[in-house]
Design a protein around this ligand. Structure first.
Ligand code: SF4
Length: 390
């Protein structure tokens, strides 16, 4: 099938080239119509009657075979062109723990010509993983996918002592990219279990961070996933009881769960400082500050990113239409019908460039007036683990 050409730039015989910033939107819509798409600079000499120039930032060439689908895709975007305001939440995108984890893999790759294995996704973002894969990282689900004598990186979400034990037994070259704030929760789990407490771990089953933390004291830890579960959980000795949290929960929901637990178990003890990390808290506060002004909230992040999902839920709880998008290509024209103000943010594992790409593409649909609302300034940085510090 001949691909449909989508212009990223229109090159004219005279005058400067005309950028087509909405090209990724149009290309994605054409793919959803089942067409092959090629995005590239297109000269005006290559264009046909189906090419749309200029103002809306869309440029397209489709032959007869594709004309109907191309017209439909183009029409869908043309129908939602017009001026918009974008309220940008700040902070958004990468946190210090994610930056550190990505840098760990980059440094590990730079110090060897051998493959560097990473257990699980280093952070929960498809773009970060694909980028590191392209540079030589090999992502595996479990250590049995790692050959003997190889280097393996543990992801930002942390691992259980059982996984560490297997790696040590096999004498693998381990580089631990566990976020220090996740490591803090592991330390608390050991301390609380060590003093004889039952530990109520507030979090989501099947999340890698929770699997790792549960593994610190599996016989003394009970997972509590909701206020309903908190109302029903049974413990052997309510006088020896502590709670911990996954770092990426909704602050509001976790607070509700703790309230239920405290009402039932007055002797319940908690961590010295919050387990929900600063980055999760800041991104939720930042979104809360803009959500009321937006007709639509877009959260850039991957499906399996817990803190991104919590941002979508927060926007919906505030009564907003909200969508999680992995990148600009996931944006749908139907979402923008009647939308004059868009709230834009990104989860802690989503690279900042993905937000820039969304903003640029929106600019291809009409003039965009973007304003950033910063609720906190993040200066925190974590030192790298010693094997990659130099
Ligand atoms: Fe660490 Fe929080 Fe970032 Fe997770 S979201 S990597 S706990 S700083």
């Amino acid at each position: 099938m001949t691909p449909v050409l989508v212009a990223t730039t229109l090159v004219r015989p005279a005058g400067p080239p005309v950028p087509c910033p909405a090209a990724p939107l149009l290309a994605a819509e054409l793919r959803r119509h089942g067409l092959d798409v090629e995005q590239r600079a297109l000269s005006t000499g290559e264009t046909t009657a189906h090419t749309v120039f200029g103002g809306v930032g869309l440029g397209l060439r489709a032959d007869g075979e594709h004309e109907r689908a191309a017209r439909s895709a183009l029409g869908a975007w043309l129908a939602v062109t017009g001026p918009r305001r974008v309220e940008l939440a700040a902070p958004r995108s990468f946190c210090a723990g994610v930056e550190r984890a990505v840098e760990v893999v980059e440094k590990a790759l730079s110090r060897t010509s051998q493959p560097v294995y990473v257990r699980k996704q280093i952070v929960h973002n498809t773009h970060v993983v694909a980028d590191l894969e392209a540079r030589g990282a090999v992502f595996v689900d479990e250590l049995d996918g790692v050959p003997d004598d190889a280097t393996v990186v543990f992801s930002a979400h942390g691992v259980s002592p059982a996984v560490r034990g297997v790696a040590a037994e096999r004498e693998l070259d381990v580089i631990d990219a566990t976020c220090p704030l996740v490591a803090k929760v592991h330390t608390e789990a050991r301390r609380f279990a060590g003093r004889g407490d039952t530990v109520l771990l507030i979090g989501h089953a099947d999340h890698e961070e929770v699997e790792g933390t549960l593994g610190e004291a599996p016989d003394q830890t009970i997972l509590v996933q909701s206020a309903a579960e908190a109302a029903l959980v049974e413990v052997e000795d309510p006088t020896r009881l502590s709670y911990l949290m996954q770092t990426t929960l909704s602050v509001e929901e976790a607070g509700e769960i703790v309230d239920v637990l405290k009402a039932r178990f007055p002797a319940l003890r908690g961590p010295g400082s919050d387990d929900i990390c600063y980055a999760t808290t800041n991104r939720q506060n930042a979104l809360r500050a803009i959500a009321d002004r937006a007709d639509l909230v877009l959260v850039v992040g991957s499906e399996n990113s817990s803190n991104s999902q919590r941002l979508v839920e927060l926007a919906r709880r505030a009564g907003r239409q909200a969508h999680l998008i992995d990148d600009v290509g996931a944006l749908r024209p139907g979402w923008l019908v009647g939308v004059g103000v868009i709230g834009l943010t990104a989860g802690a594992s989503a690279p900042p460039r993905l937000v820039e790409e969304v903003l640029a593409a929106l600019g291809g649909l009409g003039p965009v007036n973007a304003a950033e609302h910063e609720v906190a300034r993040e200066t925190i940085q974590f030192t790298l683990p010693s094997p990659v510090r130099r």
